[in-house]
Design a protein around this ligand. Structure first.
Ligand SMILES: CCCCCCCC(=O)SCCNC(=O)CCNC(=O)[C@H](O)C(C)(C)COP(=O)(O)OP(=O)(O)OC[C@H]1O[C@@H](n2cnc3c(N)ncnc32)[C@H](O)[C@@H]1OP(=O)(O)O
Length: 167
């Protein structure tokens, strides 16, 4: 089923998952969908491997962690969190060099904590990795010295940005 993209989220400079100036990073794009889910799109490269041609399980955890952690921003772009728990299940190997979609959504939201689930989808739509994450809400000033301009926290548009995403 196709879902309309309603917003593209910000990237940053050096984050492993979303930093556009991190040469070894995933350079992920994040899209908010009209159904309330967040989709991450990235293509793993050789530097993200574990065994040859297989994406590292830690990279799978990283992309799921950030996709779920950012899904809360659909509701309010000013809610920031730090991961306190992440449970990852590896069901199928994830190949390198293929564009992957990762879907995340919030399943519980309270004043101090939020929880969500996510999946890495293979190009044929099969679910390869799943995760459940729990995050503690914190003001960004308490997490880090995060100057948005310095960290290049901004929406960067591309010709490749989809207007709809098939899930
Ligand atoms: C763009 C945004 C994308 C975000 C996605 C990526 C996010 C990340 O990768 S963040 C990096 C990884 N995570 C971290 O670095 C977090 C490290 N942990 C910490 O800094 C601390 O443990 C921190 C701040 C979460 C809690 O510290 P602190 O407040 O001292 O802990 P503590 O006093 O034990 O707990 C405070 C409260 O939280 C509760 N709590 C703590 N952990 C949990 C948990 N896992 N589940 C439920 N409740 C918890 C405690 O029960 C306690 O409640 P109460 O006050 O009622 O007794």
């Amino acid at each position: 089923m196709k879902h309309k993209v309603i917003k593209k989220q910000q990237n940053s400079k050096k984050c492993l998952v979303c930093g556009l100036k991190n040469d070894l990073g995933l350079k992920t794009s994040f899209y908010e969908l009209e159904n309330g889910e967040l989709v991450a799109i990235f293509t793993p490269i050789e530097e993200h491997q574990s065994y040859p041609e297989r994406m590292h399980g830690g990279i799978a955890g990283a992309i799921l962690d950030e996709t779920i952690g950012r899904a809360i921003m659909i509701k309010d772009k000013n809610i920031w969190g730090v991961t306190v728990e992440l449970n990852v299940k590896y069901k199928k190997p994830v190949p390198l060099h293929e564009e992957l979609r990762v879907v995340g959504r919030i399943t519980r939201d309270s004043s101090r904590l939020f929880e969500g689930t996510g999946e890495i989808l293979l190009s044929n739509g099969e679910v390869a990795v799943t995760a459940i994450g729990k995050y503690m809400k914190m003001p960004i000033e308490k997490i880090a010295n995060f100057d948005e301009a310095d960290q290049e926290w901004q929406t960067v548009w591309s010709d490749q940005d989809p207007s709809e995403i098939e899930l």
